[in-house]
Design a protein around this ligand. Structure first.
Ligand code: BTN
Length: 258
């Protein structure tokens, strides 16, 4: 069952099918006034989108495909990734109520037992360097029990991990309540200083050797979690420190995805 607009904490639009909930919400934002934290949730997406131009596929009615929107006029466009970190904290908090094995893989994948259970795609619209809105798209593998061969080794779902299906309405509800809370805390300082400690506790790749895939060449180092700016602190073998921004690089475990 999907959430009821009557009891949901923020405005909710439930649609059966769309190309992508991110596209749907972006069109709404350009056509009319949309309230902050409005949620669009779909049972099926015909062209769901993932990070780095990948597609995000999900069988009808099985998983959670939803987007929300914020209007962070104070955020620099190059710091958009902070919003993904904040929503990932909210998702982690909600999924913790189902299993203890949930963690965040920097900057914003949610993993359980080393496999990805949720992906986040934030997209923004700007006008002369000012952000008009940021749409935050969330795909949570809730009740799928069979993944395509290509991602079987790295993807999982709540149902697979728990051995039973979950109520999708309750998950969205919990995520949005937690997001309101964490986004409010972020707005107090406009950086990650009040959320950093919590985030670092949940980070699967904290104090671990990581491989940084950077445009200038890959390198390895020990990750020490994020700083106030949400950048990942990586200590190189020569003891030097790099603070890396997720817009520029991606991070893997040295033996695989996590
Ligand atoms: C990733 O590649 O990890 C990000 C996946 C994001 C998927 C969600 S599903 C809801 C929203 N609509 C989209 O088209 N993509 C996001």
């Amino acid at each position: 069952m999907m959430p009821s607009p009557d009891t949901f904490p923020v405005p909710l639009i439930h649609i059966n099918e769309t190309n992508s909930t991110n596209n749907y919400l972006q069109s709404l934002c350009s056509e009319q006034k949309v309230e902050e934290l409005t949620v669009v949730v779909a049972d099926f997406q015909t062209s769901g989108r993932g990070q780095r131009g990948n597609s995000w596929e999900s069988a009808p009615g099985k998983n959670l495909l939803f987007s929300t929107v914020i209007f962070p006029e104070f955020l620099e466009a190059r710091r958009q990734f902070l919003i993904s970190q904040i929503i990932s904290l909210a998702i982690k908090e909600e999924l913790d109520t189902y299993t203890t094995d949930i963690s965040i893989k920097w900057p914003n994948d949610i993993v359980v037992n080393g496999k990805k259970v949720c992906g986040i795609l934030t997209e923004m619209s700007t006008e002369e360097d000012a952000i008009r809105y940021v749409v935050v798209g969330i795909g949570i593998n809730a009740n799928t029990t069979d993944f395509p061969e290509e991602i079987r080794a790295t993807a999982t779902s709540l149902a697979l991990e728990l051995g039973h299906p979950v109520c999708r309405a309750a998950v969205i509800n919990g995520v949005m309540c937690a997001f309101e809370e964490y986004y409010g805390r972020y707005r107090e300082t406009l950086d990650m200083s009040l959320l950093k400690e919590l985030y670092n506790q949940k980070l699967v790749n904290a104090e671990r050797e990581v491989k940084v895939l950077a445009p200038g060449g890959d390198y390895t180092g020990i990750s020490h979690g994020i700083n106030d700016a949400g950048e990942l602190i990586v200590e190189l073998p020569d003891g030097s420190i790099r603070e890396i921004n997720s817009g520029e690089v991606s991070v893997r475990g040295i033996y695989g995805y996590v």
